[in-house]
Design a protein around this ligand. Structure first.
Ligand SMILES: Cc1cc2nc3c(=O)[nH]c(=O)nc-3n(C[C@H](O)[C@H](O)[C@H](O)COP(=O)(O)OP(=O)(O)OC[C@H]3O[C@@H](n4cnc5c(N)ncnc54)[C@H](O)[C@@H]3O)c2cc1C
Length: 505
């Protein structure tokens, strides 16, 4: 058998017939499907094995009030290029759309309030704005002001977010401003999340500056200057028809190029087999062995750890330590006339210490004009408002023990109280995300680096997904693209050395 590399393509010649290297991707969420798409582009034959009955993982949508509404991820950060490049690459650029300019607010000390202007992930950048916002008590505001006069707090190693911010600005800033933001992104707690991983912009300032507030102001001014120069447009985007349509487009692209996406096919075992891998996958009673030249593990960290336990135990030990938070998303359709006043802003966050069940609320049809348009078309005679409520932070699993009806009732009661909605919703949907978001706790980056080093000793194996370099969609796309690039390099080198493909499965 002789091999030859052809530009981006990697082709093996077996007995005169050309075969492509076979890569198995474990997990058909956004990361796995992106990796599959990239691997096909560079000449591999790809099989995606997905345990659930549908692909997409945390991206999914279903109809509420007659329109498709995302029940998982709904928006893309546009300040990183990777997700937008994928959207363009899939020919979806004309469906890209942005939120209305209505900032999110905060429910603090019993009222809805604006965030203090100039904050960075909740960390205030100025005392006047903080005092005016009314988010903190007077004693909390005075405590935050100490940051301006106190000597520097030196940090050498990674620490919990709450430790550094708390020392500088006090617990009210942590509890009422920073934790609600972290609750939104990670469903995590400030006393456990890593400063390095969750607030990387702040770390250099924490190492060199005396006042955190002054450092935040400088970072924000730099960001604003960059934004003025680059005129970058809105910070977030989605796709008309729902962000989950990105998954449909990826599956179409992968399968049209000859790739396979097999659902209801959990991967159970991963073993080395010569230069390649042997995978056992399938529902109970219908397992089969699949041979692969290379494998991408694009499943959540606990599953990746389980699959690596025999062949790469060092990596498994690191990945086992990544915990997950479960949550629920309650989508409610209301008649606009049942609101005491039209919703102000795109939604609001609720600090845990307010004692409410809901932690975040999005007025989806206010935030996303495309959704409002779709609702008007579906209900020309009755203005409908869609509201998305998130419930569940790490450590709040008890709340999620309630039935769907009870969870929806709790969300409805909080909303009625906070927003003055006089009547129950006309439709509701409850979506549960068991182990929905990985927790980037203290030491996360070092943990991931050790896992990656262990995996790198096994060429033909790569990790990607939300557990590694960021939970957001651009970070997932980036980690998938990097995994595909790493494997393409390995496969191309193997071909150059005359190796052959995996035996067919
Ligand atoms: C409710 C919610 C809202 C979010 N909102 C946003 C947002 O608005 N913007 C944003 O940027 N990010 C958001 N995120 C984060 C983002 O959606 C996720 O981090 C990202 O989609 C993860 O993609 P993934 O492919 O890495 O993992 P997943 O989507 O978890 O996919 C992994 C897949 O692996 C499969 N799998 C697991 N074990 C096996 C096995 N043994 N064999 C085969 N398959 C297996 C799973 O079934 C799953 O489909 C949100 C997350 C949640 C939960």
């Amino acid at each position: 058998m002789a091999g030859c590399g052809r530009g981006h393509e990697t082709i093996w010649k077996a007995g005169g017939m050309e075969t492509k290297p076979h890569v198995v991707v474990v997990g058909g969420g956004l990361s796995g499907l992106t990796a599959a798409h990239r691997l096909i582009e560079t000449g591999s034959r790809v099989t995606v094995l997905e345990s659930a009955p549908r692909p997409g993982g945390k991206l999914h949508s279903s109809p509420v009030a007659g329109v498709p509404v995302d029940s998982g991820a709904e928006s893309i950060l546009t300040r990183r290029p990777e997700a937008l490049e994928l959207v363009a690459d899939l020919g979806l650029g004309d469906r890209l759309t942005h939120p209305a300019p209505a900032p999110a607010r905060l429910y603090s000390r019993g009222a809805l309030r604006d965030f203090p202007s100039g904050h960075l992930m909740g960390v205030p950048g100025g005392l006047t704005a903080l005092a005016r916002s009314g988010v903190l008590s007077w004693t909390g505001t005075l405590r935050a002001a100490r940051d301006l006069v106190w000597p520097a707090t030196t940090i050498h190693a990674d620490v919990p977010v709450a430790t550094y911010i708390g020392v500088r600005m006090g617990s009210e800033v942590v509890d009422r401003l920073v934790e609600p933001m972290l609750g939104g992104v990670y469903a995590g707690r400030a006393d456990r999340l890593s400063l390095e991983a969750a607030l990387p912009q702040i770390v250099p300032a924490a190492r060199t500056r005396r006042s955190l507030m002054a450092a935040v102001r400088e970072i924000k001014e730099e960001q604003a200057a960059k934004a003025r120069d680059a005129a970058p447009g809105p910070v977030f985007a989605t796709l008309r028809g729902g962000l989950a349509t990105l998954i449909d487009a990826l599956v179409d692209r992968v399968t049209a190029a000859g790739g396979a996406v097999e659902t209801s096919t959990p991967v159970r075992e991963l073993r080395r087999d010569g230069a390649g891998w042997r995978i056992v996958a399938g529902p109970p009673g219908a397992e089969r062995a699949v041979a692969a030249d290379a494998v991408v593990l694009a499943c959540p960290a606990p599953e990746a750890a389980r699959l690596l336990r025999v062949e790469v135990p060092e990596a498994a030990r690191e990945l086992e330590r990544i915990g997950y938070a479960s949550m629920a998303v309650i989508t409610l359709a209301y008649r606009a006339r049942d609101f005491a006043a039209p919703p102000k802003g795109s939604g609001f966050l609720v600090p845990a210490l307010e004692g409410r069940t809901i932690k975040a609320v999005t007025f989806s049809s206010v935030k996303w004009p495309w959704l409002a348009e779709a609702l008007r078309a579906a209900h020309p005679d009755e203005e409908t408002v869609l509201v998305r409520c998130s419930i569940g932070r790490v450590g709040e699993e008890e709340t999620l023990q309630h039935s769907d009806e009870e969870l929806a009732a709790l969300a409805v009661a909080d909303l009625a109280d906070i927003c003055g909605i006089g009547r129950p919703p006309v439709e509701q949907r409850v979506t549960r995300w068991q182990a929905g978001l990985p927790q980037y706790t203290v030491g996360h980056e070092a943990r991931i680096a050790r896992a990656r080093t262990a995996v790198a000793a096994h060429p033909g194996l790569a990790l990607c997904g939300a557990a590694y370099d960021g939970v957001g969609i651009p970070a997932c796309v980036a980690s998938a693209t990097e995994a595909a690039r790493t494997l393409t390099t390995v496969l191309t080198e193997r071909v150059a050395h005359g190796a052959g493909p995996a035996l067919s499965d």
